[in-house]
Design a protein around this ligand. Structure first.
Ligand code: SDX
Length: 429
């Protein structure tokens, strides 16, 4: 088959650039030699048209609203699979056999405890610290405790770090929550599944027994699955760039947590619920729709829009169904926030502005409603997103770090500053 090429003409000169075809999605123009041959850079500040890597893990078809993990659609995984099985799929590329899944779950279950000395880190924070600040600090500090899994060139150490991070993130997130509410830490238990363990570590108190509600455990596990991975989003790209310098996995995941915190990214679930609460009643929705459309107003509908999806985010569709189920099963009728969310979605999707710009609800639009119904404060929404996304960050990290062609990421720039000039002594200024 003839190799595709792209021709770039600059003035009198033409350059043939090789093209590569994916198994799904758009072809790419390989510009790796562009600067050495044509002495020009490409320019793409938000990476809207740039493939930063090749990957086999997750694919999003934004036009169709499709999300595949190793080829399996997210709606099927959310319905038929569970988080630790999705972790295995993302990490190792195939759905596990029953034996492989059991071994993997046992491995994760037996690494959920945190080094006891690390508890001191929590005590250094103010009680009103945001749990994301605590998670960023504690996960980064793991590199000070788990020295036998920081050598990224050692495959066994990479595997140990992988299991430790997936296993300990729920413990760290739960401890961050307990610390901010002034309750004692609850240790993980090996007789509980991943989601049940997390709920118990968050909501159990020493004063009484705690029974995990299976409805909430299933909903929690589904939320974990829906947030597991998402191609080269901002926090995953942060993890990849940090890892390209050879930094240890705990430092790189801490960088991913920090990036996810932003309201334009993982922080949107907290911002969205706060927005829904601020709107308060259905009759105030038109006012907020107009504000979202007003170029002079920096207000945006949180939980709406996406760089890649120009159709429904399939995760939002599953999350909306789950919100209905969970609230119904919990006997929470006429939840005012859910009513506002549904009417806001209807009104926005009926508005030309959102239709023309292809702005649809994203994963963050409904997740907060479920999490609040489960008893979580809004400050725990993004830590739960970070807990879930750890497997995605790790899978993408492993894929990159084990690629012999990996190079340190070092973008160039369009420089618009002062050109060369001599220093002026202060008496001459
Ligand atoms: C996540 O990348 C990922 O995959 C992320 C994520 C993952 O799983 O990792 O999916 C998780 O981060 C989901 C997104 C959560 N963020 C929000 O819900 C915050 C609100 N959304 C927007 O800030 C925005 O939609 C972004 C950040 C999500 C996407 O921004 P883009 O791709 O840079 O798009 P843009 O800002 O260029 O917007 C295009 C147009 C603009 O209008 P014009 O300048 O063309 O006139 O649409 C408008 C924007 O003003 N627009 C919105 C809007 N989002 C975009 N207008 C009102 N409300 C919004 N929410």
């Amino acid at each position: 088959m003839t190799k595709k090429t792209a021709t770039l003409t600059i003035g009198e000169n033409s350059y043939e650039l090789p093209m590569m075809s994916p198994t799904a999605g758009p072809d790419v123009v390989d510009v790796r030699k562009l600067y050495s041959e044509a002495k020009v850079f490409t320019y793409d500040p938000g990476f809207t048209s740039t493939a930063a890597c090749d990957s086999t893990i997750t694919f999003i078809d934004g036009g169709k609203g499709q999300l595949l993990h190793r080829g399996y659609p997210i709606d099927q995984l959310a319905e038929k699979s569970h988080y630790l099985e999705v972790c295995y799929l993302l990490l190792y590329g195939e759905l596990p056999s029953a034996k492989a899944l059991e071994d993997f779950e046992q491995l994760v279950t037996h690494h959920t405890m945190l080094h006891e000395q690390m508890i001191n880190f929590f005590r250094g924070f103010r009680r009103d610290a945001h749990p994301m600040a605590i998670m960023t600090g504690v996960v980064g500090a793991m590199s000070a405790f788990y020295h036998d899994s920081t050598d990224v060139n050692d495959e066994h150490q990479r595997e140990v770090a992988t299991i430790r991070l997936i296993a300990k993130m729920p413990t760290i997130a739960a401890m961050a929550y307990k610390y901010t509410v002034g309750q004692p830490f609850v240790y993980p238990r090996n007789d509980l599944d991943y989601a049940s363990n997390f709920l118990r570590m968050c909501f159990a108190v020493p004063a009484e027994d705690y029974e995990v509600n299976p409805i909430l455990a299933r909903a929690m596990d589904r939320i974990f699955t829906l947030h597991a991975d998402h191609e080269q989003n901002a926090s995953t790209s942060t993890v990849r760039l940090a890892s390209s310098s050879g930094a240890n996995p705990f430092a790189c995941i801490a960088a991913g947590i920090a990036c996810l915190w932003g309201p334009a990214h993982g922080g949107a679930n907290q911002a969205c619920l706060e927005m829904l609460r601020e709107i308060g009643t259905v009759d105030r929705i038109p006012e907020y729709i107009e504000r979202a459309k007003d170029k002079n107003d920096d207000f945006r509908l949180m939980g709406f829009g996406h760089r890649v999806y120009k159709n429904f985010d399939p995760r939002a569709t599953v999350m909306k169904q789950s919100a209905d189920e969970v609230l119904d099963l919990l006997g929470i009728e006429d939840n005012p926030v859910l009513q506002v969310a549904k009417e806001l979605e209807r009104a926005a999707l009926a508005d030309d502005y959102f239709a023309e710009k292809k702005l649809f609800p994203n994963v963050d639009f409904y997740s907060g409603i479920i999490l609040e119904a489960m008893g979580f404060p809004t400050s725990m929404f993004t830590p739960i997103f970070a807990l879930s996304r750890t497997v995605g960050w790790i899978s993408q990290w492993k894929e990159m770090i084990s690629d012999p062609a990996m190079k340190i990421g070092r973008p160039r720039q369009l420089y618009c500053g002062e050109t060369l000039r001599d220093y002026v002594n202060i008496e001459d200024r």
